[in-house]
Design a protein around this ligand. Structure first.
Ligand code: BES
Ligand code: MN
Ligand code: ZN
Length: 484
């Protein structure tokens, strides 16, 4: 979807659709022409009251001007949030799609005015609403272009460019999440990463099974033992001319998690195609980074990917595996496989001596119980890094809630037979999982984000209605762009 800044005459010119965001109050300044005058009449007669998220469409009777006008209510002007603009944009795009309009011009009226934050949010919402799951014929088509009429927002074009790239990265993450496990295989993640790296000028390195054996990545290899698919470690590297900071993003890429020998109950197991959403967010972020080329921060995206299957060769409860770090893991439960894969992927990240390691993982059912589907759990022993990420999530409306990282959780995963065990049972399941991961980052600043709830199943909000959310892409890009 193209996003652009337009002049006011875009509102009266011929075209399929014009949308006007309007506050609840005595609004004026609607575009002229037949539709603008009729809309002004509706508002002044209070036949349409611009409550938050209320919309109204008018169709033209005359010729020459826009064929339809959409009024989007924003509620009381003083109370409008960035998220309201995201949703308003989605309402505009959804209406355009329903009308078959391939382009739309957008304006504000009354006390509604774009500023830098809300213009960016509007752009994001528009592009996010344009996401369509691939290979589904019945879907309506989103408009190819959205032109926003605004003056007085400095750097408007640049803001829209960032909004578009981060939302497209999010949409890529959604697509990878929504695709089923027989199509979105580890190899599919490899191919997607290779392609975007080639297109965007990132260095991309793929480690196959032989490489993983050479690197002694016993964690990934153990989880992969029962699988018919090859495992991979993916590394994508964005390196600006001057590097002031290096950040590694690490994603859990379980393209399907059956639980393995500790097999899951069959009800709902199909949802475990989403167990690669951490990897998807990492890949989507790298696409945005490649498009926007932020200055000063080297960003390395790392994905460990396999599926987790039972079978004669599968790893078993009681097995002890040696990871690339040299640390050994006692396997209590083969369904606690994400942390076993991440042990090697996180250790790999330390090789870059980064200023921060941030992992995204659909790691525990317990975080869904604790926080639900709208919030991700943040585990971080460094206050500065934690604050940075929480702030970024506030700006992008991808909320992070900080969880405890106490020493008692380190105690809980001590093993009689190995350095640590991969499950300490149900109590504080998300916290002991985080403690496990901290063992593999060798003292580097490390934030673990458990997105098991937030990666899919969130409430409807116009710009996504079902399936994967792409949670984390916009938040991470915001954090990186503001690292300084
Ligand atoms: N992928 C799951 C976590 C998950 C569960 C994500 C439900 C989303 C919804 C993970 O691999 C897993 O199975 N975790 C176990 C760990 C337990 C065996 C210690 C869990 O949460 O039950
Ligand atoms: Mn599992
Ligand atoms: Zn899993």
């Amino acid at each position: 979807m193209r996003l652009s800044v337009a002049r006011a005459n875009a509102l009266t010119a011929a075209g399929p659709l014009v949308a006007v965001l309007v506050d609840k109050g005595r609004s004026a300044e609607l575009p002229g022409g037949e539709l603008g005058e009729r809309a002004a009449g509706l508002l002044s007669r209070k036949a349409f009251v611009a409550e938050r998220r209320k919309t109204h469409v008018l169709h033209a009777e005359g010729r020459g001007g826009p064929r339809a006008l959409l009024l989007v209510g924003m509620g009381k002007a003083g109370k409008v949030t960035a998220e309201d603009y995201r949703r308003a944009a989605a309402q505009v795009v959804n209406e355009a799609a329903a009308l078959g309009a391939n382009r739309v011009a957008v304006a504000t009226a009354g006390k509604i005015r774009f500023d830098a934050t809300t213009l960016a949010a509007f752009g994001e919402g528009a592009v996010l609403a344009g996401y369509r799951y691939p290979r589904r014929k019945a879907d309506t088509k989103p408009p190819a272009s959205v032109a926003v009429v605004t003056t007085g927002v400095r750097g408007a074009a640049g803001l829209l460019k960032t909004a578009r790239a981060t939302a497209e990265g999010t949409n890529l993450a959604r697509e990878l999440g929504d695709l089923p496990g027989n199509i979105c295989t580890p190899r599919h993640l490899v191919n997607t990463s290779r392609k975007l790296s080639r297109d965007g000028g990132l260095r991309c390195k793929i480690y196959g099974k032989k490489d993983l054996q050479r690197m002694k990545m016993g964690g990934i290899l153990a989880v992969n033992q029962g699988s018919a698919e090859d495992p991979f470690l993916i590394e994508m590297d964005y390196k600006p001319r001057t590097v002031k900071r290096t950040v590694c993003i690490v994603g859990k890429g379980l393209t399907f998690d059956s639980g393995g020998i500790s097999i899951k109950p069959s009800a709902g197991m199909e949802e475990m195609k989403y167990d690669m959403c951490g990897a998807a967010a990492t890949i989507g972020l790298m696409q945005a980074v490649a498009a926007l080329k932020p200055s000063g921060v080297r960003v390395i995206g790392i994905v460990g990917t396999t599926d987790n299957m039972p079978g004669g060769r599968a790893y078993k409860p009681g097995d002890v595996v040696t990871t690339a770090s040299g640390k050994t893991i006692e396997v209590i439960n083969t369904d606690a496989e994400g942390r076993v894969v991440l042990s090697d992927a996180l250790h790999h990240a330390t090789k870059f001596k980064p200023d921060a390691i941030i992992d995204l993982a659909t790691l525990t059912g317990a975080i869904v119980v604790a926080l639900g589907h709208e919030v991700a759990g943040l585990f971080c022993r460094d206050d500065g890094l934690a604050r940075r990420l929480v702030k970024a999530g506030e700006r992008t409306d991808e909320p992070l809630w900080r969880m405890p990282t106490l020493e008692v959780y380190d105690e809980a995963i001590k093993s009689r037979w190995a350095d640590i065990k991969n499950s300490a049972g149900r109590a504080a399941g998300s916290c002991t999982a985080a403690s496990f991961l901290f063992n593999f980052t060798d003292g580097y600043d490390h934030a673990h984000i458990d997105i098991a709830g937030a990666a899919w199943g969130a409430r409807k909000r116009d710009y996504y209605n079902e399936g994967a959310t792409g949670f984390g892409v916009r938040m991470l890009y915001d954090a990186i762009a503001n690292w300084a």
